[in-house]
Design a protein. Structure first.
Length: 83
C-alpha cells in the first residue's frame, strides 16, 4: 500500500510511525549510554570490557552453535600449536 502525500489518514499514520521510531531511537541512545557506563564501572574495578563484551555475545548464542564453534576453535588451535 502506497501512501499518497497529503492524504489525511495515511499522512497521520506515517507521522505516528515516525514518532514511534524516533522515541525508540531516543530510548536506544539512553540504553547504549547506560551500557557504556556499566563497562566503564567494570573497567574501574579491574575487569576487561573487551572480554566482557565477548562473554555477553557468547551467552546470547545458541548453545549448540556455541559448542560447535568451541570445538572448531580447539581444532584450529591444536593444528597451529596455540595451546
Amino acid at each position: 500500500m502506497t501512501v499518497i502525500p497529503g492524504s489525511g489518514a495515511g499522512t497521520e499514520q506515517l507521522n505516528q510511525f515516525i514518532k514511534r521510531v524516533e522515541r525508540l531511537e531516543e530510548e536506544k541512545h539512553a540504553l547504549m549510554a547506560d551500557i557504556r557506563d556499566v563497562y566503564a564501572e567494570a573497567k574501574a574495578t579491574g575487569f576487561e570490557p573487551k572480554i566482557m563484551r565477548q562473554v555477553v555475545k557468547l551467552r546470547a548464542m545458541d548453545r549448540d552453535l556455541l559448542s560447535e564453534q568451541d570445538a572448531l576453535l580447539d581444532t584450529y588451535r591444536d593444528a597451529l600449536g596455540l595451546r
